[in-house]
Design a binder for this molecule. Structure first.
Ligand SMILES: CC(C)(COP(=O)(O)OP(=O)(O)OC[C@H]1O[C@@H](n2cnc3c(N)ncnc32)[C@H](O)[C@@H]1OP(=O)(O)O)[C@@H](O)C(=O)NCCC(=O)NCCS
Length: 368
């Protein structure tokens, strides 16, 4: 199988200011041990970053790989790298996340190790650039340090260059899954003569940077460096199996909370039906009680869709193939419709729309 990058996603947590109720709802979408870890963060900003990271991982397997939200299970390696435990795929899917400042990013690839690192270009609290550089200089080779501290660049441009190098190193460290066990000086990056990006230009993606390990070029390692906004730089590292075959560069796609909620809730409904079936089989509950639970679930979901979802979707019908009206139920079959969501467009061969009276139980009898 050839190497593929299947997702480059970015979520801006600064734009997500959930009510307590929505925050708790999203927290319920992740595994219990992750929920406890997130609850231990002192700052809500850190908790939001970690929470969205976990949700993006689930969304990846749900949206791209068609797994059920509730049957996905992650674990971590001893170096703390998240890995997929369930479901089983017949090919390798690697993924990695990073979060810092206002953003969370996720990247995923098939048949390739992949890592990502994101940094906000800023000085740590209470430190000058000189003090900051002095502490971290040790992590870079002499060659790299000369590039970072190029005297023709302003101090702010040097800071940009510093963070780009930092992201490159960490994206590689994360792709191979190592943590602090790697001598960072021995992995040296040579920037190409592509236009340097020292100002946070979001239009520019650089992809010609080369990696040397102990002075030996590693041609199978590729890097994509870009900015999500003028202060957040990001680097993706992956190893391309087939030499000479580059991966098509693409921008990060922005993900919104509505999409996460939509996918999670859809599968929570399916999981509920599965669990109720199992309980009926084991004679723990009666079918009547299961029905009552499902009716209540439908009612709550309908109310939530009505009052809490603000996403707009429109669709253009292609060709009305069939329609009928029977027992107060309309059925339409439409060929080639085109759905437009806020950030997405979906084209399908055909859809079936079944429409019935939306009045709540009991209302219909009172009105003629
Ligand atoms: C592992 C390490 C790379 C994580 O980097 P970070 O900047 O702290 O955090 P990021 O936001 O980029 O990524 C965090 C996510 O990476 C993932 N992650 C954690 N450990 C990982 C590892 N060993 N490999 C790959 N991914 C890892 C996790 O998903 C984590 O998020 P979560 O814990 O909320 O699920 C870092 O802790 C480390 O060990 N660095 C060593 C190298 C170094 O010292 N660099 C200095 C600058 S040059």
């Amino acid at each position: 199988m050839s190497t593929r990058v299947t997702a480059r996603w970015a979520f801006n947590v600064n734009e997500w200011n959930p009510s307590d109720e929505q925050y708790q709802q999203v927290l319920s979408f992740v595994q219990p041990e992750e929920k406890s870890r997130i609850n231990r963060f002192h700052s809500i900003e850190d908790a939001k970053l970690a929470l969205i990271g976990r949700c993006l991982m689930r969304l990846l397997f749900c949206k791209i790989y068609k797994s059920k939200w509730t049957s996905i299970q992650f674990s971590r390696t001893k170096e703390n790298k998240p890995i997929l435990v369930k479901p089983d795929f017949d090919h390798v899917i690697n993924f990695n996340i990073s979060h810092h400042g206002d953003w969370v990013v996720l990247v995923a690839g098939e048949s390739s190790l992949i890592g990502v690192d994101l940094m906000k270009v800023e000085l740590p609290f209470n430190q000058t650039i000189d003090e900051f550089f002095e502490i971290l200089k040790e992590q870079f080779s002499d060659y790299e340090w000369n590039v970072i501290t190029n005297p023709n660049h302003t101090r702010f441009q040097q800071l940009h260059q510093f963070y780009q190098y930092w992201c490159l190193k960490e994206s590689y460290v994360k792709a191979v899954g190592l943590g602090l066990n790697l001598d960072l000086k021995s992995i040296e990056f040579h920037l190409s003569n592509e236009t340097p990006n020292l100002s946070g230009n979001t239009q520019l993606t650089k992809s010609k940077t080369q990696l040397f390990i102990e002075n030996k070029l590693q041609p199978e390692w590729k890097f994509e460096e870009t900015y999500l906004d003028e202060l957040h730089c990001v680097s993706i590292a992956y190893n391309v199996m087939e030499e000479g075959k580059d991966i098509k560069l693409q921008n990060f796609e922005k993900i919104h909370i509505e999409e996460i909620i939509k996918f999670a809730e859809k599968f929570i409904g399916i999981a509920l039906t599965d669990s109720l079936d199992e309980l009926i089989q084991k004679e723990k509950i009666t079918p009547q009680l299961a029905m009552k639970v499902l009716v209540q679930f439908d009612k709550s979901i309908t109310e939530a869709l009505d009052t809490k979802v603000r996403n707009k979707a429109t669709f253009k019908a292609g060709h009305l193939h069939t329609y009928r009206f029977c027992d107060e139920v309309w059925t339409f079959i439409i060929k080639n419709p085109n759905f437009k969501l806020e950030s997405d467009q979906v084209l399908v061969d055909k859809i079936k729309i079944v429409a019935c009276n939306s009045k709540k139980p009991g209302e219909a009898e009172n009105k003629s």
